[in-house]
Design a protein around this ligand. Structure first.
Ligand SMILES: Cc1ncc(COP(=O)(O)O)c(C=O)c1O
Length: 423
């Protein structure tokens, strides 16, 4: 889509004035004097999330053990509230565990290796926890990951070629796990094309939505994947370590969970406390232990915001504000060694811009000194996420002016290149 931008700050102010989402920013705790560009890593707290959390605390204070009556299906209720974000059936989603434990849960349920079909297909750019989980799952079945985990390699370290993924879907592949949006380069994979190709070859497929959920609308009724997992602390702003999402396609509801626990038991017999597990035949049947209400409640607050606005409007602003950032990078920063590392087409990029520079690490430190919060990823990536719900065009303008100043005056030179735990 063609968008016309200008480099002056008056243009940014005008874009903000016309922004249909401009009032949503007030619902978030944006810190005065700080420009937060890291909502793709840890989303900002909102008043809605705070209210939901305090409400949960209040319920605990007043109700004690009686709270279970009202909240018995809370994980499913949050699943239902999440369904519009990916256009799934509400009973296919549960809020439970972490992304990593949910990968373990889904793989241990659906991975049924046989002598001829025993490999798990992955890519080499996904976030490492996915790979650790997959390697340990094949090990648990007695295989050596170097043999049973088939890795599609990126040709440039940035992007994954869907055709290469499809070519790697050989007859020995049992199941696939891929990211929908790549955490570093922001590339969006064509879920529909890849999922269809997998199914045509008798292969199951699941997606890690961590960098897609809340940024990119998805249509699971159309894509029809077998499973999916996601965290809720990035674009969904549900808080550090907030409880994750698990999607299980209805066609697998009868499968016994690989990791069973009493919260996956049928609702009506759970408190009979029998030693025979009776599986609940919807996504809530993939819960393991007691749901963590205090860590889940903020998600209820932010999902209210997402459902009020709808993913289409969120994506529209996200695409516009990231396009504006790329435009300013081209106009103002390209001459100082900054390059855009993400795909440029709307359909191929997620919610963050991948800005590359050989001094990326020290530039991130210099940005922080200027009260701008970016995110560094090895080896040379500054991830910048102007979030549709709370960032402004004016902030993007200031960000680029600061990046320009840092490059011109080489202010990054005052920082060491030695890596510390958190940049
Ligand atoms: C693609 C992806 N998967 C998983 C995770 C993290 O997993 P968990 O939520 O279990 O910590 C991240 C964290 O940034 C991620 O980017």
């Amino acid at each position: 889509m063609e968008r016309i931008f200008q480099t002056d700050s008056a243009f940014a102010k005008e874009m903000d004035r016309k922004d249909p989402l401009k009032n949503v920013r007030d619902r978030f705790y944006v810190q005065p004097g700080e420009i937060y560009m890291d909502g793709n890593s840890l989303g900002l707290a909102s008043k809605d999330a705070e209210k939901a959390l305090l409400n949960m605390l209040d319920i605990w204070k007043k109700e004690g053990i009686k709270l279970w009556d009202a909240l018995f299906h809370y994980a499913g209720k949050l699943g239902e509230m999440s369904a519009p974000l990916i256009n799934a059936y509400p009973d296919e989603i549960v809020i439970t565990g972490s992304t990593t434990t949910n990968i373990h849960q889904c793989i241990s349920t659906l991975y049924k290796p046989t002598k001829d079909r025993y490999k798990i297909l992955v890519d080499d750019l996904n976030f490492p926890t996915d790979r650790y989980a997959i390697d340990s799952q094949v090990r648990l079945r007695g295989y050596d990951p170097s043999e049973a985990v088939k890795v599609v390699k990126s040709s440039d370290g940035r992007l994954i070629d869907e055709s290469a993924v499809i070519e790697a879907m050989t007859e020995d592949v049992a199941i696939i796990l891929l990211p929908t949006v790549l955490y570093r380069s922001s590339q969006v994979l064509d879920m529909k094309r890849v999922t269809e190709a997998a199914h045509q070859r008798g292969i199951l497929i699941g997606w890690d939505l961590c960098h897609a959920i809340g940024a990119v609308p998805m249509d699971f009724k159309d894509v029809d994947p077998d499973f999916a997992v996601w965290c809720t602390y990035k674009y969904l702003s549900a808080g550090p370590g907030s409880i994750a999402g698990l999607y299980m396609n209805r066609k697998h509801f009868k499968e016994t969970p690989g990791l069973a626990g009493w919260w996956g038991n049928k609702d009506d017999t759970q408190f009979e406390l029998k030693h025979e597990f009776e599986h609940q035949h919807d996504a809530s049947g993939w819960q393991i232990g007691s749901p963590s209400f205090l860590a889940m409640a903020p998600l209820e607050g932010t999902l209210t915001i997402f459902n009020e606005i709808g993913m289409d409007k969120i994506r529209e602003k996200s695409l516009s504000i990231t396009a504006y950032l790329m435009y300013l990078i081209d106009e103002k920063l390209a001459k100082y060694g900054y390059t855009v590392g993400n795909p440029r087409e709307d359909s191929k990029r997620g919610g963050h811009v991948c800005l590359e520079h050989e001094e990326a690490y020290r530039i991130c430190k210099a940005l922080k000194k200027n009260n701008i919060i970016p995110d560094f990823r090895e080896p040379n990536v500054i991830r910048l996420a102007p979030i549709a719900l709370y960032n402004t065009y004016e902030e993007v303008h200031t960000l680029v002016a600061t990046l320009e100043d840092i490059a011109i005056n080489k202010t990054y030179e005052e920082f060491s290149n030695e890596r510390t735990l958190v940049v």
